[in-house]
Design a protein around this ligand. Structure first.
Ligand SMILES: C[S@@+](CC[C@H](N)C(=O)[O-])C[C@H]1O[C@@H](n2cnc3c(N)ncnc32)[C@H](O)[C@@H]1O
Ligand code: SF4
Length: 404
């Protein structure tokens, strides 16, 4: 007999806006980012900003049936390098999101910025049009590392970017740093963290470098630290961050209390998000259809821009065709856990039933074994990995993959 589903509830709604261009492609990066053509008459990059903004509008209009009366609780401009877009273009996108969907009180609006792409006026402009959180891609402050990573800025420029952002009035800033870099020593990794902490950002994302297929590093792998050195680096790095008041609340995210990224928390708590822009992903709950749907927009900027550009109104699947899929009922627990278990404190028990429409018993086939192995916390108050199990998330998820 097919499994029945309880009442699905609508989770909070966020918006992800993908800006798919960068000054130069970094050799480690597998994000949907494309080198922008430089206009040789000056230092500007020739981006089809106006056309892209118009297409984003069509894209958002096409997804309005998925809003279902909600207002946006967060917006994230990701990339690529959104700071290549002018404050005016970012402002137009925000205006249209407010007009078409509406903003919840206290909405968080984040923009990813590359320290090589801005000046003071740009920061002031982003703040003026409503961006209230910046995520600055620093990666490292070490000049040799920055060179090896193909970055277009120095460590001092990265630090200067944060100071400029402060002068522009930003009081919520994230710095992205990576560790496990080519030939990196533990002392160097800790030095990067110390420099970051000295700038007092509200949030630090500290990612381990991964060598991804379809990147220059994959074709010619650099010599990265071995697993023992990485483990030692991570142990000392986390201690350093904690001693400075940066608490780890997700696999790679650290912040003061109350300064977590609300946008990312919504992803990890199985919230909904509309994704607009080339290659953007979305996830939407449709209680009436008793479905959770995932969408993915066409990936290359040229294809994205060319879709039905003569039409004013598109249906949700037209910009994504054929990439709108209902998540199979049997895959929902795994999808839910892939997100929720990334959070150190996991999520509350009722989140599972509310946002998957499945009874909690759906987790009870695997949970007792995992609990006996001390990999997860007892299924009484929260759905969470144990402190020990947090190091073995892939292994925990594997159990739900093998026996859905
Ligand atoms: C989409 S990028 C956007 C940031 C901005 N474009 C920049 O690089 O300045 C988000 C972050 O992902 C991290 N990242 C990208 N590729 C990575 C990889 N292969 N391994 C680990 N972290 C990676 C970097 O820290 C980067 O800042
Ligand atoms: S600037 Fe950021 S998004 Fe662009 S290629 Fe580098 S890491 Fe990727």
């Amino acid at each position: 007999m097919p499994e029945s589903r309880g009442t699905l509830q609508l989770p909070p709604l966020s918006l992800y806006v993908h800006i798919p261009w960068c000054v130069r492609k970094c050799p480690y990066c597998d994000f949907n980012s494309h080198q922008a053509a430089q206009d040789h008459t000056d230092t500007e990059y020739a981006l089809p900003q106006a056309d892209y903004v118009a297409q984003l509008r069509r894209d958002l209009v096409s997804q309005l049936p998925w809003v279902q009366g909600r207002k946006l609780q967060s917006i994230f401009f990701g990339g690529g390098t959104p700071s290549l877009f002018s404050p005016e273009a970012i402002g137009q996108i925000l205006e249209m999101a407010e007009e078409l969907v509406g903003f919840a009180k206290g909405i968080e609006i984040t923009l990813e910025a590359n320290p090589g792409t801005f000046e003071q006026a740009k920061f002031t402009g982003y703040r003026a049009v409503g961006v209230n959180r910046l995520s600055i891609g620093v990666q490292s402050f070490n000049s040799t590392q920055l060179y090896n990573l193909g970055r277009i800025h120095s460590g001092d420029e990265a630090a200067g970017a944060l100071e400029m952002a402060r002068r522009a009035g930003f009081d919520n800033i994230n710095l992205d740093l990576m560790h496990g870099l080519p030939e990196q020593t533990e002392a160097e990794a800790l030095e990067d963290l110390r420099r970051a902490v000295s700038l007092a950002p509200e949030h630090i994302s500290w990612y381990q470098l991964t060598i991804e297929p379809n990147t220059a590093f994959y074709s010619a792998p650099p010599c990265t630290p071995g697993s023992q050195l990485i483990a030692s680096m991570q142990g000392s790095g986390r201690e350093l961050l904690a001693s400075e008041g940066y608490f780890r609340y997700e696999v790679s995210a650290y912040s003061g209390r109350g300064l977590e990224s609300r946008h990312n928390l919504n992803y990890w708590s199985f919230g909904d998000y509309l994704g607009i822009g080339a290659g953007a992903h979305g996830k939407v709950t449709l209680p009436r259809e008793r479905q959770v749907v995932r969408s993915r927009r066409t990936r290359t900027p040229r294809d994205y821009l060319s879709i039905s550009s003569t039409k004013d109104e598109l249906l949700p699947w037209e910009l994504a065709a054929p990439h709108v899929d209902a998540v199979e009922l049997q895959d929902l627990p795994l999808e839910f856990l892939m997100n929720a278990l990334r959070l150190v404190d996991g999520v509350s028990l009722d989140t599972f039933a509310r946002y998957t429409g499945l009874p909690l018993e759906r987790l009870q086939r695997q949970w007792p074994t995992l609990e006996a192995m001390e990999l997860v916390q007892p299924l009484e108050q929260r759905i969470a990995a144990s402190a020990f199990g947090f190091n073995y998330l892939d292994e925990i998820l594997q159990c739900f993959l093998e026996q859905p």
